[in-house]
Design a protein around this ligand. Structure first.
Ligand code: FES
Length: 122
């Protein structure tokens, strides 16, 4: 399987990996097809995402998509972050192999779940 340089970079040097204590938003999703799990932690002030961390037990693509998607939503308004699609995440990584597209869906779903958690608590 051929991965882009960007996928390899984000897999080897993940950005924003870790957890946030007492997050304003928290999302956890699993992929039924492979069993991988992704968690997203958000710190939000005035609807702006001020900090984001991820914890992913998964394949290289799942880690790379978690990493780049945290960069894509940092400092964004929550409504903008809700519009992030798995396609945009995959494109930002210069593409994913077709059998790995479901990994990027995890990132989209985990972010949406974390923002929905934040909104439900407001
Ligand atoms: Fe399941 Fe990548 S193989 S998230």
């Amino acid at each position: 399987m051929q991965y882009s340089e960007k996928v390899m970079d984000h897999f080897m040097n993940p950005r924003n990996s870790g957890v946030i204590e007492n997050p304003d938003g928290y999302g956890k999703v699993g992929s039924p097809s492979c069993g991988d799990v992704m968690e997203i932690f958000l710190k939000i002030e005035d609807d702006i995402i001020k900090d984001v961390k991820f914890r992913t037990f998964g394949c290289a693509s799942a880690i790379a998509t978690s990493s780049i998607s945290t960069e894509m939503i940092l400092e964004k308004n929550v409504s903008e972050a809700l519009e992030l699609t798995n396609k945009a995440v995959a494109e930002a990584l210069d593409g994913l192999p077709p059998v790995k597209m479901h990994c990027s869906v995890l990132a989209e779903e985990a972010i949406k779940a974390a923002i929905e958690d934040y909104m439900s608590k407001k």
